[in-house]
Design a protein. Structure first.
Length: 157
């Protein structure tokens, strides 16, 4: 004869018995980004190994070769910028050299020359200057001086 398991004692699971130890919360770190606030004015050389968001004023040079530089709506930059990506929503006066992309948003303006692999200019944006688009390998060669042929021939020996 078949036995019914309906009358068998059923284990009771409640949240307190499932995991008596409180769950560990994992905290994901936000994107590492330095911020220059609205009221800050910086004159000189700025460089770093994290992304930069500018909502204040910069005069000088900005070098973040492997990271993004974003000029916010309130940002005013009078500097040459070297970065992986540059996003302009404010006002930039100076030359830009990017290893990947320059993005000028509708409220942004740039007065200066651009050397980059890619460029995006939204309707309403202002761009005064020249644009040079180069593939990644050509851009790297342009930024590095070539060895003289005499040295190159001797280097293979």
């Amino acid at each position: 004869m078949l036995h019914s398991t309906d009358n068998a004692p059923k284990p009771q699971f409640t949240p307190s018995t499932l995991n008596p130890v409180a769950p560990v919360k994992t905290v994901t770190s936000p994107i590492e980004q330095a911020t220059i606030g609205r009221t800050l004015v910086i004159k000189g050389e700025i460089s770093g190994s994290e992304s930069l968001y500018v909502d204040g004023r910069i005069e000088g040079t900005v070098s973040f070769k492997d990271h993004r530089v974003t000029v916010g709506r309130n940002g005013v930059v009078a500097a040459n910028i070297v970065a992986r990506d540059v996003v302009i929503m404010g006002k930039v006066t100076g030359n830009i050299e990017c290893s990947d992309r320059v993005d000028i948003r509708s409220e942004g303006s740039l007065t200066g020359d651009i050397i980059s692999r890619r460029i995006s200019v939204e309707d309403g944006a202002l761009l005064r200057g020249s644009v040079q688009l180069a593939p990644a390998d050509k851009q790297e060669k342009a930024s590095r001086p070539e060895m003289p042929k005499v040295m190159a021939a001797g280097a293979g020996k």
